[in-house]
Design a protein. Structure first.
Length: 447
């Protein structure tokens, strides 16, 4: 068997030594005893445990953390919970090892590992180029019924998608393959997905008028379904992860301080909602409405703040909030830019390539704004024309726009946490990932 080499090999062997110490401290169980303690639905084999303890290979994240949970509490005749205080350092260790392994396999420069977010786009591109492929995940329409929702995990290494076949699928972004079997539970099309800020919870919403909370590690439901006022159009976690906003005909706020026992707020936000909401770090919620206005609220108190931001002639169809500033983009037939503290427009409206903005997002570093827009009347009604527009946010100069690469409606989009990858999904079943132009050059960086 080939021995892992370089930085990956050294750190893998160090991690294995710590696993052996963990085993010794908590009762020194035999390999078969460790395997027998695995929780239902999780399989640990003596040979796989041996490989992890010797540092000869790195198992999957779920396998690795299940092994750690067994060892952490073996002498108590239990298994450590997913909230165990020591488990986070093992999650971080596996993440580091995974990045080192990717770098070794791709011969990526060592400096890419100093900040794993900055390395994500390079890993995806290198992995694809080694296979002679473009940066694109495989078609999924054959068995999943189109892509209706998409979201990156906070570290970018998982991508969640919602599908017409009542399923949710997790993907390994770098390897560009499914990360385990689909998640079943909804009884209708899955229309929205969102990761919690710590990446431990995946929220999914559906046309069955429920939202569901899943433990990402175990891929299991952690609470009873959350009822919604109609189809769940969007899901939004509060920045501290202590609440989730479920949008149907109204927006319902759920306290998930204990995610196993969500508590619904008594009041609901206003009707006539026409876009997914946005949330600031300091507790403001912004909503878009049919009257062509955006409204700012104190999120927890559910109280309006000031007069509505009024500028569009038709309904507000998309909102995007710059991550570290007070800049809000509202989308309709054009895109308008506002300072949410002063309520003033800060720039001339930006023109969309299509008739109407359907989705917008700022990159995590705030340097790029992307808008997805579609034509209300297409030359081919069966294949409406959707387009991407990209602007850098210092001067609001348009950057080269990547080809959308979908036929039919484009129903979902998301930015990766490294601010360079942009994913789109459509009714054609394609899940596409592309690199975007950088904010300091007008040269396209798509491949």
């Amino acid at each position: 068997m080939r021995t892992a080499s370089g930085d990956f090999g050294r750190e893998l062997r160090l991690a294995a030594a710590e696993l052996r110490t963990l085993r010794a401290v908590h009762g020194d169980p035999a390999l078969a005893q460790i395997a027998a303690r695995a929780p239902r639905g999780q399989h640990l084999s003596p040979s796989g445990i041996s490989a992890a303890l010797r540092g000869s290979s790195l198992p999957s994240r779920d396998y690795y953390l299940t092994l750690v949970r067994v060892l952490l509490a073996y002498d108590t005749h239990k298994i450590a919970s997913l909230q165990h205080a020591d488990l986070s350092q093992w999650r971080d260790r596996w993440q580091r090892l995974s990045l080192l392994r990717h770098a070794e396999n791709s011969s990526a420069p060592a400096h890419l590992l100093t900040e794993h977010h900055s390395a994500l786009s390079e890993q995806v591109v290198l992995a694809a180029l080694r296979r002679g492929q473009h940066v694109q995940l495989p078609p999924t329409a054959e068995d999943l019924g189109g892509v209706w929702a998409v979201a990156f995990s906070p570290d970018g290494h998982l991508l969640a998608t919602g599908h017409g076949a009542k399923t949710v699928q997790l993907w390994d972004t770098v390897a560009q393959r499914r990360a385990g079997p689909a998640l079943f539970g909804h009884t209708d099309r899955v229309t929205s997905v969102a990761f919690s800020p710590d990446g431990q919870i995946l929220a999914t919403g559906s046309e069955d008028a429920t939202a569901r909370l899943w433990d990402v590690e175990s891929r299991t439901l952690i609470a009873e379904p959350l009822p919604s006022a109609g189809v769940v159009d969007s899901l939004l976690f509060a920045p501290d992860g202590q609440a989730i906003y479920v949008q149907g005909r109204t927006i319902r706020r759920w306290d998930i301080t204990d995610p196993r026992q969500p508590r619904k707020a008594e009041k609901h936000f206003a009707n006539n909602l026409t876009s997914a909401p946005a949330h600031t770090i300091d507790g403001l919620l912004i909503t878009g409405h049919a009257e062509g206005v955006a409204q700012i609220w104190k999120a927890q108190e559910q109280m309006r703040i000031g007069a509505p931001l009024r500028g569009h002639a038709s309904e507000v169809t998309a909102l995007a909030l710059a991550p570290s500033s007070d800049v809000l983009a509202t989308g309709s037939a054009d895109i308008q830019l506002w300072n949410i503290r002063t309520g003033q427009m800060i720039h001339e409206p930006l023109e969309c390539s299509g008739d109407m903005a359907t989705d917008m997002a700022f990159s995590r570093d705030g340097r790029i704004l992307v808008a997805l827009s579609g034509d209300r009347v297409s030359a081919d009604p069966e294949e409406p024309d959707f387009r991407l527009d990209v602007w850098e946010t210092t001067t609001w100069t348009a950057l080269p726009s990547p080809h959308i690469g979908h036929s039919g409606h484009v129903t979902a989009s998301a930015f990766s946490p490294d601010s360079r990858l942009f994913a789109t999904g459509g009714v054609d079943g394609l899940l596409r990932i592309r690199t975007l132009p950088t904010a300091n050059t007008n040269q396209p960086s798509t491949i």
